[in-house]
Ligand binder design. Sequence first.
Ligand code: C2E
Ligand code: CA
Ligand code: CA
Length: 736
Amino acid sequence: MSQLSPVTDVLEVVEDEPREARAAPAQTWKVLVVDDDAEVHEATRFALAGRTILGRKLELLFANTAAEAKAALDAHAGVAVVLLDVVMEEHDTGLKLARWIRDNGYRNVRIVLRTGQPGYAPELEVINEYDINDYRSKAELTRTRLITTMTAALRAYEQIETIDLSRRGLEMIVTSCSQLFKRRELATFSQGVLLQMCSLFRLPGEGMICAGTRDSQADEVRVLSGIGTVSELSGRTLDELDDEAEAKSAVLRALRDDRAISEGASLVTFDGAEDDRFVTYMEGGSTLTAIDEALLKVFAANISVGFQNVGLIARLDRLAYFDEELSIANRNRLNAEIAARIGSNRPPARVAFVSVASYEQTLEAFGQETALGLLKAVVRRLEEAPGAPTLFRYGEAILALILEEGDEAEEALRALGTEQFDADGQALRAKFAIGVAPIAPFRAPSFVCHEAYAALSRALNEDLPWVDFEAELIHEARARLELTSALRQSVDGGEIASHFQPIVDLDSELCLGAEALARWSWNEAPVGPDIFIPVAEQTGLAFPIMTLMLGAAARLRALVAARHTDFYVSINLSATDLERPDLVAEVEAMLAEHALPARLVQFELTESCLVRNLAKAQNQLGSLKELGCRIAIDDFGIGYSSLAYLDQLPVDTLKLDGRFVASLGSGGRSQAVISSALELGQRLGIDVLAEGVETARQHRLLKELGCRRAQGYYYAKPMPSTDFVIWLDSNLGGAL
Ligand code: C2E
Ligand code: CA
Ligand code: CA
């Protein structure tokens, strides 16, 4: 063993790889001489020691037995040739060792078999199987012959190593690229590129990666990440480096240069998406082997694709997580943000959904630009709030933000309703509804949003500025859903009943017509229209209900037509009915189907629904009017103080809301309101009808004030059509 030279460098060997693979580029050729004859060792040393073959000196290692040979191979990485005696302890010790060498992963080392007895030539299969380079008898191997044989073996080894190294290098590049490509953010991707370059090309770990374009100036070139002493430059620009710094000029030079690689591995340029270019500047990269250089090119090409992908992903991310219209994060980002908070131990927080409740109205009244301008102004106001909260867009006019304990943004939220906004040049105030839910642990983000939305729904439905989530809201929402599906079933089955309430003339005490009112029972219990009509309006059921009422009204009118030729029916329309583009054609078809003359049909619309959709209302009501129908304004006097809209709509009747009649005679302003409504009606040529007349006194007072029409329990409650016909015959029907 004493002949063996000491182990100088121990290299880590990765399992599964040929054991030579990680050897540093060798400066010498290691040749292991295995023979049990000391003389042969001596002769070989004499023949080869100190020689240079193919540009490298030979380094001889000696082993006397198979065991020593194995130990030597394990101890010395990168043995190039084994000169192996076939017959040692046994006649086939050499062949067994050759098998061991191959079986133990030494694939590249060349084996030259030597034998003292020429008769022992191994079979051809053995030569192939153990990848034996040469077979010589010792007598044959003269000094010159030995050198020729060694040269041939070393050349073969060098070629195998070269191919192997580049294959291995390519494999590493492929693996490192596919690992890198999992990184979707530029920062982590580029950090990975630096680290991979260091390990692939054995660089000392000092360098940086920069992003710019061909014509970037130093202050426009960003250092994406750095390793070693420059790591603190990450995120800064190149102009923060000293002017005389070699890195600075080198990176700028590489950005403008067409070559992907210059100065060895020191400067490598990658082309990203569009004009983007990325440059790595590495210390100690100027000494590269030819293989490394070839590999670096492959690496650069692959990484360029990576940069392009990262750019693309960033853009896709932006699309997936960003609302371009308001320039804030979107609902997906909100979900991700909530998920991140649920999964971490950040301080407890809540999600606030902020609905710009007057958005629709703004849209109707001023159009798209102003409505969007309003949203943008609200976003700006909130972004400027203390703590600069992050805003998300949850719906068309619903913003979301995350509130932490004691967050000052809450103040700003509560103040929104009192503020004025510059909406695309228009100074506007807006109405807001806010729903808030906690980000509780063990909750899916969709749950949290669901709860915030339930709170917001209540705020919107009940006209409240701020609602905190309570569990019962979900129950309410669920009950509402059940109610909706039951209602849909009833509507589809035509099971919405109709009641009729007489409309009377106060002077003649004659019945002029009837208002149709929808009635619905669920599980045999009546549900008030105040409950189911809003649900119907939100679920597209209002129109089918209106259709049912119109049909029933037509049948009632047919029953009384012979005796009362001018008897008219009054049908309630919803705001959602006005949204139907074909409403007028649909009504016309229904009238024809039921043989109901248009002049005997009145449509009632509430003040609030008209004002909200003034332009649409004007159009639709104008066309209904042209058909010959009459138009009444329902619940008049409770909504809007401005009566300007009356001028712009073809109105026949004002139905004064019942609460004016209810407080009639009890002092207060009711009498004044009724009087002025009557006066207004007279001036505009519009009939005024008093709703909710319950007592003889109210009836008398109204008559005295000059009111000519009324409805109310004093005359009759709403009743089914059969009862209505009987009532008509025995009461107020004197004229029939
Ligand atoms: P409305 O159109 O103002 O209907 C008048 C309401 O006042 C009816 O309540 C009627 O029963 C009630 N009423 C009539 N006389 C008196 C009275 O002397 N005293 C009192 N306290 N109340 C009286 P109802 O039937 O519960 O309807 C409530 C609302 O539901 C209606 O108010 C209307 O806005 C809506 N509605 C009812 N049916 C329909 C329909 O078919 N379509 C639409 N879109 N809405 C409907
Ligand atoms: Ca009505
Ligand atoms: Ca009414």
